[in-house]
Design a protein around this ligand. Sequence first.
Ligand code: DGL
Length: 235
Amino acid sequence: MHKIGILDSGIGGLTTCSYIFKVMPDVNVIYYADTLNAPYGSKTRAEVYAAVKTGVSYLFDAGCDVVVIACNTATTTCVKVLRKEFSKPVVGTEPELKNVSDDTEKPLYLATPLTYENIKNDSFGTADTTCLSKVIEESVFCEKIRREVAGALVSEKQNKVVLGCTHYLYLEKFLSCKTYDGGRGVANRTKTVFGANYRKTKRGGNLFFVFSGKKSFVKYLTAFSDFDDFNRNKT
Ligand code: DGL
């Protein structure tokens, strides 16, 4: 049975998990929420690297065939080093930047402060996202807050938004402009890791949660179903 480890600081990576179940409905997922060290976006590179390495080690020790870092902040900070340190595959989540820019308009690029620092790309407009992932993490039970945040961040004139943090996918359903994110690409890449070894079985499709700090099973299941319902109806 295929076992995939997914890691994020919080609920953001559950959006990636939804994409993964869409292309591989029968894998088992161990979801590592690093609630002890969240949020990553306002930490130093050394702090994020240490936290993510602990999580990746945990997931491989738990028997995962592949670990997906479902976090743009962690990926842009340390995925290259981690790939050298572990013998099994580590898939990262990069902000979707290809095919977004053209001559006519500047997309709005939303990412955490550390991702902005790691990427440094001035062909995009940016916004102050200092506490954004924390606000999204805390508004799982309140759509009204997320709708207001989306409206305040993205002006009606904006045509393209890059969701460069997996937490920000929870704003997607409140945005009327075109959005870009790496979720589908990450899921497809994860499937190619199994290649011809990918086997369908009726016994998979389970999602297990591991929390490094505060445990919030109801909140995490709610967040997963919320995004998954929306994602399933997307083309
Ligand atoms: N969801 C993560 C990302 O994609 C991290 C958010 C955070 O912890 O600040 O960047």
